[in-house]
Design a binder for this molecule. Structure first.
Ligand SMILES: N[C@@H](CCC(=O)N[C@@H](CS)C(=O)NCC(=O)O)C(=O)O
Length: 202
């Protein structure tokens, strides 16, 4: 039995996309941080950080989105979302770290202060900071994608999935990526995958 604990609209969404691409069966146990459900003792017993998502797969309890997606891709994605060549594997990990450690923070802060947080908690200064902080990261990504269809090995891997998932929310919220001439077609290529199109209908 595989259970993903979280909210389909938060970072949990990155994991759900990966599981769907890999054709894995799973249940979603809804955990809503806005209702304090991440602070419930039962949830803290799974993830002492009080954050979503958490993957439960048999005896395995795993948190941190990047670790979960690496585990899923590596275990079930050979030839699909992962790589067998150690150098390509390292490049996938490089882009995952870039996405989850660097890019995710300003992307999420942009959304939080644009429209997700209750109005009284939003900050114009933090919104502007997120917009500024994301620019050099987008420039790095755009530069790498010049002349490439995908981040590693010119095929869709967990690195593309994770970075596209991170950027898909700002894109849908109106963040203008059009000036990044390589990111724009790459992101379209990723989010127009049939599984993602289905997910975006919900
Ligand atoms: N580094 C963690 C971050 C997880 C995280 O911040 N999750 C958010 C929702 S997307 C959360 O649980 N927030 C609840 C809170 O901050 O109390 C990961 O990537 O899994």
């Amino acid at each position: 039995m595989r259970i993903i604990h979280g909210s389909p609209y938060a970072r949990t969404n990155y994991v759900i996309w990966a599981m769907k691409e890999l054709g894995l069966d799973f249940d979603v146990n809804p955990v809503n941080p806005m209702k304090g459900e991440t602070r419930h003792p039962d949830y803290l017993a799974l993830n002492p950080n009080g954050l979503i998502p958490t993957l439960e797969e048999g005896d395995l309890i795993l948190w941190e989105t990047m670790a979960i997606n690496m585990y899923l891709a590596k275990t079930y994605g050979d030839g699909l979302l992962w790589a067998t060549d150690p150098q390509q594997e390292a490049q996938i990990m490089q882009w995952l770290a870039f996405g989850h450690v660097n890019l995710d923070e300003p992307a999420v802060n942009y959304l939080l202060h644009l429209n997700i947080l209750p109005e009284e908690m939003r900050s114009e200064a933090k919104l502007e900071e997120a917009k500024t902080d994301i620019v050099p990261l987008l420039e790095v990504l755009d530069g790498h994608l010049a002349g490439r269809n995908y981040l590693v090995d010119d095929r869709f891997t967990i690195a593309d999935l994770s970075l596209a998932a991170i950027l898909d929310y700002p894109r849908k919220a109106g963040y203008d990526l059009s000036k990044y001439s390589n990111i724009s077609p790459w992101l379209t290529r990723c989010v127009e995958r049939p599984i993602r199109v289905e997910m975006n209908k919900i």
